[in-house]
Design a protein around this ligand. Sequence first.
Ligand code: CUA
Length: 333
Amino acid sequence: MHIFGIPIFPDQASTFARDVDALYFFILAVTAAFALVVAVAVIYFGIRYHKTHDGEIGARIEGNLPLELLWSVIPTVIAMVMFGWGASVFFHLRRPPDEAMHIYAVSKQWMWKFQHLEGQREINELHIPAGRPIKVTISSEDVLHSLYFPSFRTKIDAIPGRYTELWFEATTPGRYHIFCAEYCGTNHSGMIGTVIVMPPNEYQAWLAGGGMEGSLAQRGAKLFTDLACVTCHLDNAQGRGPSLKDIVGTTIETQAGDKVVVDEAYLRESILNSQAKVVKGFQPLMPTFQGLISEENLVALIEHVKSMSPKATTAAPAAPPAPTTPAPAGEKK
Ligand code: CUA
């Protein structure tokens, strides 16, 4: 939205931008209306009931039940509308669709690094296709940052030591801002970038133009060998570590007897803090990789492990797994 050529409001360039704006303007309008009512009443009563002569005493008022009910019920109803409407928009924003395309973002002082599953890596630029839901998994190499796409009306903090995610579906090809929305040091204001939304065919052409080093999972496979993970995590039950085949999405039992779902967060913890949740029946032999592996390599490794669980990851990447029900009789696992 431009006024006199000055951009005062970001473009609406995602599927939920209109929903977020509608709610925002509704709350703005309610706030403005109440501010107006209060201001007018203050001015009107100030004039109407001002002191005209000395010794004047105001009339004593004991209360008014209908009036009190009115000013309790109306604001309650309005607040509940805001709550219900806000919650519905919020849940929509926070739940990536299962079929979303997956991208990793790694933040550090002061840049955004994006990794596509196909292998492309970008810094402060993100190429994506229009008309397709995109899920971004975010990590930080140092401090708190916040990945903000104003035109898509979505934002999430990057938190050191864990993964967060957001999703959006861009509607209109073009170039839009990426901001860091969490003060993160001297060059916080310079931690910006551009998201380039392309028509799907152009995006395919862009993808085909890079990726010399193979896909993210292939890079992870190489790391899996280089870091000697492969010597313990064999494909069969003979290894010193559990087999990672088809492990993603399953529930494992730890030595402490806890049940843990194998997802990106668990894989991450098990690599960086390998003694935290050792699978029952295995010795805590695995060295910790804290400080020895970058966030970028970590996501490559995790993608490699996920690629060993094709069933779990093609249907719904990183989705909460279905409750583990025993396979129906006669069905081969
Ligand atoms: Cu990163 Cu502010």
